[in-house]
Design a protein around this ligand. Structure first.
Ligand code: NAP
Length: 284
């Protein structure tokens, strides 16, 4: 039976580190850390994410500034707000909750955020920096995955790493981070042939496809580290991952549960990025 990787515990440790450093910066340098969170429209899932981010800010001692905009906000109005936040010294990080309503071009909004305040690390400048390994911020979910792998004590160097999914926010940056840690990385996607065989070569398997219980135990190498990024609903509407936990945990060496695995890490890494942004902007 696999060891369960406890994302709640690892994320709590990250947040505790951030809280400690934030308190120290305030005491010693009078520096306050602030995150602006922008939400457009009334999507219930986005509302939950934004509330969780605000709570996390409070818990680590950040100021949070929420901008809840009407569904009918124009792209120009949103871009104006982003420009105001880019210039606001109280705001160290800017997060625009995605998805945005269909009439707004997400790319244009992401590109308008100052790269120094882009704590999601979605701006092309930050994406490029990840490619060359000279980054300030890492995208929150892949960075969280790296912390979870680190928590197992398994050394990535020389390991066969398979990432299923090639999205810009998870799969691609995930593969780059594993490569930087000297993994031998294969990226799989919906057109990949022999997916099962490739998965079975993985010492470290990261799954980010968005299909409930897609990866089953027979696709996993004995003793592998299995990280499930998926956030899906099963046939009964219950939250589950992309990995069929029941069959996978019998084969894997380490495995993340859903919920309680990657999910809590994403917000913790957002807090870490915001602290990094504040320090960089203050020249610390
Ligand atoms: P996405 O943009 O929809 O990308 C999904 C990727 O999976 C695509 O690259 C797609 O391939 C690939 N794929 C789809 N079906 C496949 C199949 N049958 N075999 C192999 N590959 C397949 O999704 P995402 O944004 O990366 O998110 C993936 C999952 O992670 C979702 O469940 C999402 O909710 C979750 N997520 C969780 C967190 C968190 O904080 N825990 C954060 C972000 C995302 P093609 O490119 O060929 O289409």
């Amino acid at each position: 039976m696999a060891n369960i990787i406890d994302g709640k515990a690892v994320s709590a440790a990250v947040k505790a580190e951030v809280a400690e450093e934030t308190a120290k910066l305030k005491d010693e340098k009078g520096l306050k850390v602030g995150l602006a969170v922008v939400i457009v429209g009334n999507d219930p899932a986005s509302r939950v994410y934004v509330n969780n981010k605000k709570k996390a800010c409070e818990a680590v001692g950040f100021q949070s500034f929420e901008y809840a905009l009407d569904e009918n906000t124009t792209q120009e109005q949103l871009l104006d707000l982003v420009n105001v936040l880019n210039r606001d010294d109280r705001v160290n990080g800017i997060l625009v909750q995605l998805p945005l309503p269909g009439h707004i071009d997400e790319k244009a909004v992401i590109n308008a955020i100052s790269p120094e305040k882009d704590v999601d690390a979605f701006h092309p400048v930050n994406v490029g920096k990840i490619m060359i390994g000279e980054y300030s911020f890492l995208p929150c979910t892949p960075a969280g995955v790296m912390r979870l792998i680190e928590s197992t004590g398994v050394d990535i160097t020389g390991k066969q790493c398979v990432v299923i999914g090639r999205s810009n926010i998870v799969g691609k940056p995930q593969a780059m981070l594993l490569l930087q840690k000297n993994g031998t990385v294969t990226i799989c996607h919906s057109r990949t042939k022999n997916l099962k065989e490739i998965c079975r070569t993985a010492d470290i398997l990261v799954v980010a496809i968005g299909k409930a219980k897609f990866v089953t135990g027979d696709m996993i190498k004995e003793g592998a580290v299995v990280i499930d990024v998926g956030m899906d609903r099963d046939e009964n509407g219950k939250l589950c991952g992309d990995v069929d936990f029941e069959s996978a945990e019998k084969v894997a060496g380490y495995i993340t549960p859903v919920p309680g695995g990657v999910g809590p890490m994403t917000i913790a890494m957002l807090m870490k990025n915001t602290l990094t942004a504040a320090k960089q902007q203050a020249g610390i």
